[in-house]
Design a protein around this ligand. Sequence first.
Ligand code: SAM
Ligand code: SF4
Length: 336
Amino acid sequence: MEHTLLAPGGRALTYLRLSVTDLCNLRCRYCMPPEGVTKLSHSDILTYEEALRLLRVASSLGMDKLRFTGGEPLVRRGLTSFVKRVNDEGLFSQMRLTTNGVLLAPLAADLKAGGVQGLNISIDALEPDVYAEMVGMGGESGRKLFRQAWGGFMAALEYGFTTKLNCVPIRGRNDSQILPLARLALEYPVTVRFIEHMPIGPDGIWKESAFISASELKETIEKEFGPLTWLEPEYPSAPARLFKPRGAPGAIGFISALSRHFCADCNRLRLTADGRLKPCLLTEREFDLRGPLRHGTDDEELRNLFLEAAGRKPISHQSAETVQTDCRRQMSRIGG
Ligand code: SAM
Ligand code: SF4
């Protein structure tokens, strides 16, 4: 299909990230405040029927890659049936899901059968106590969550998903875990991706002194594993720079949202759980689709809202400070 959703700079927007819930079963320190966030009321959240209608509109505009995210997408009841419905309609050529993995193991078979090809699993530490601290759930409950997340990762490999493991390294919190996590790429066919900590989320967590840049990470890893070989990106908009350690079945990636802007190649739109279309992760602007949808708007008008949002996609975001002041919604709300 010809792409019809164009953003300034001639960027064809083909990739939609759909957040299916603002809720989460973890409290990662960099993402959510310990007390959690005021949850949206049930009626604020798009029903699956409403979300499906918006997905049809997005697909009619040439969007052909979909990622389910959240909050934690697997806490929403009925997700696997919804995924299957989207798949049965053949709206997207690729469907993927981002999860913390805790609830994944028992759902992996249904997700696979429902057409999900790839999973990104966020695990910030392999040491159970460090993991527990990172996810804001100390003690045995945190260690148990680690075991569940690890079980999710194993299930992802067992069912043959294209699997990526995401980690946000923060100095003084989980930097001891960088090498153990990177080592997974030597053992498993997994892409271990380190994401630079972005200054959104709870106040006071992001600190320049705790920020670990992609170049520092790469240096640390190369000191241990030797030179990494650069891999050609799968596609120009891929946010991670990927490298292969010698002889490894997996790969190591770095996502440098702050130190290296990839806005020029960004092909994404984000749809929040409450039905707002966000042209950019790091700016506040959003377009309400839920209101019009619930007031009987026809598909043509919904298409126009998508086109308008695409037209307002910024050419680039700015510095850490601007991002902090510009973006008040945390990742769990946006659908990271
Ligand atoms: N709950 C799922 C998970 O954790 O994978 C999906 C949603 S989560 C918001 C998506 C991704 O955003 C995770 O990989 C998480 O590590 C990342 N993330 C959240 N807050 C972030 C921040 N301030 N900086 C960088 N990455 C962040
Ligand atoms: Fe939840 Fe994912 Fe945010 Fe962690 S990063 S609190 S798992 S939404």
